[in-house]
Design a protein around this ligand. Structure first.
Ligand code: CTP
Length: 399
């Protein structure tokens, strides 16, 4: 239908980019990007009317999106040559043909199109030997300034390489490293970099990607004033493993947890304050991030003094009121010896409740701070299995 609408309006219509790549690789992809030669907005409105879908326009980019009831979405753009006023800016858009549109894209594997108009339906458009690169498993930029104009492509190259188990072509790799070493990562906004970095964290080969980003100096430029070390990756691997355990066994503690935060807590905890401050400001981290790093350091110190015989209340006293993210990151730093005990502590505290509360204590004529002290005392004792009946204990305590 999308092709038929194009023909009705006398406009060539193509599906492009990642969808075509994945189709040729027989991989599922539900993100459809359409490019129209002509007035993309007119086409999009026409298609939306005929398909009775919701249409949202992004007029400055000559693009729009169709939203279907089941959450399915199609993005429509006008064929364009993006040119960049200065490196790392968002592109200005100039209307153009499909060839130029494809040439401006990140890598050859993402620069193919399939025509949709009924006359030529299904014809693969490949101007730059893209299919050949896809078949050989090569990540290759199409023009020398690609990484300079859009340094987020540095991260994208790593992501696609690891996702498909492809290889970054030699010259592309040289230009990638040049862009990193010449400080082009620093020219992009933190938000765009964060988005790309988060996409890497959502892929399956996270640790391989991180290791490669470390070796190429990408991490040192993303998180200025810090330094990549293999041991940091090993710590993060432990954190990831523990996060999986949490999701399976105590899902409550995975609520609102962000992988990006888990990574940065574990990556920056022993770095100079300057490193934490830089990433905090650049990547819009939560207000409590810096304070949490301090809490984390102290908790690691205290927890590593415990042993297998320590009681649940010992754990409780150290990590009481900690955010879910901190509870998870801690796992990367504690001795193996106490890890099982830490896990059973989390299981225990997960469904731990007290039958009595402050009011019960006050009803016995006790006032002020003492109420909290007594309540806490009862809580610790119950956690450690030293109390069976809280009310009885309370009565004896008062007597
Ligand atoms: N693109 C680009 N430069 C970028 C981002 C995107 O040239 N920095 C182009 C590529 O042609 C890409 C298309 O825009 O295929 C769509 O981008 P996106 O949806 O981010 O990527 P996909 O290739 O669809 O990857 P994924 O499978 O991860 O969604």
């Amino acid at each position: 239908l999308l092709g038929i609408y194009g023909s009705e309006l006398n406009m060539p219509v193509y599906v492009v980019g990642g969808f075509v790549r994945d189709l040729l690789l027989s991989r599922k992809n539900f993100d459809i990007d359409i490019v129209v030669e002509g007035d993309g907005l007119k086409y999009a409105k026409y298609a939306a009317r005929n398909l009775r879908t919701t249409f949202v326009e992004h007029s400055e980019f000559h693009t729009g999106s169709l939203f279907f009831k089941d959450g399915f979405r199609i993005d429509i753009a006008t064929a364009r040559t993006e040119y960049y006023e200065k490196p790392a800016d968002l592109p200005k858009v100039e209307l153009s043909t499909i060839k130029k549109d494809l040439y401006r894209r990140d890598f050859s594997i993402n620069a193919m199109a399939i025509k949709l108009n009924s006359e030529e339906f299904g014809v693969l458009i490949d101007f730059f030997g893209c299919k050949h690169d896809l078949d050989r498993g090569i990540i290759k930029i199409l023009y020398n300034l690609s990484f300079i104009e859009d340094p987020t492509r540095i991260l994208r190259a790593i992501r696609f390489e690891k996702r498909f188990n492809f290889k970054i072509e030699n010259r592309t790799l040289e230009l990638l490293k040049d862009a990193v070493n010449n400080g082009y990562i620093e020219k992009v906004t933190g938000m765009r970099l964060r988005e790309e970095f988060e996409k890497i964290l959502n892929e399956r080969n996270i640790t391989e990607s991180i290791d490669e980003m470390g070796k190429f100096g990408i991490l040192d430029h993303l998180f200025l004033y810090s330094q990549y070390k293999k041991s940091k990756l090993e710590t993060f691997e432990k954190v990831l493993k523990f996060y999986q355990w949490i999701k399976k066994n105590v899902p409550k503690y995975s609520y609102k947890v962000k992988l990006f935060h888990l990574f940065l807590y574990s990556y920056l905890v022993y770095e100079e304050e300057q490193a934490a401050l830089y990433s905090f400001e650049r990547y819009g981290l939560p207000k409590k991030f810096l304070n949490n790093l301090e809490k984390l350091k102290e908790a690691i110190l205290q927890l590593n003094k415990l042993n297998t015989y320590s009681s649940y209340s010992d754990f409780y006293k150290i990590v009481e009121n900690f955010d879910n993210e901190l509870l998870i990151v801690i796992s990367g730093f504690i001795k193996e010896e106490i890890k099982d005990k830490y896990k059973s502590y989390l299981l225990k505290i997960n469904d731990f409740t007290l039958e009595i509360d402050g009011k019960d204590i006050m009803s016995l004529g006790i006032k002020g701070k003492l109420v909290g002290v007594i309540l806490n005392e009862i809580k610790m004792k119950k956690l450690d299995g030293k109390i069976q009946n809280e009310r009885e204990y309370l009565m004896n305590f008062v007597r």
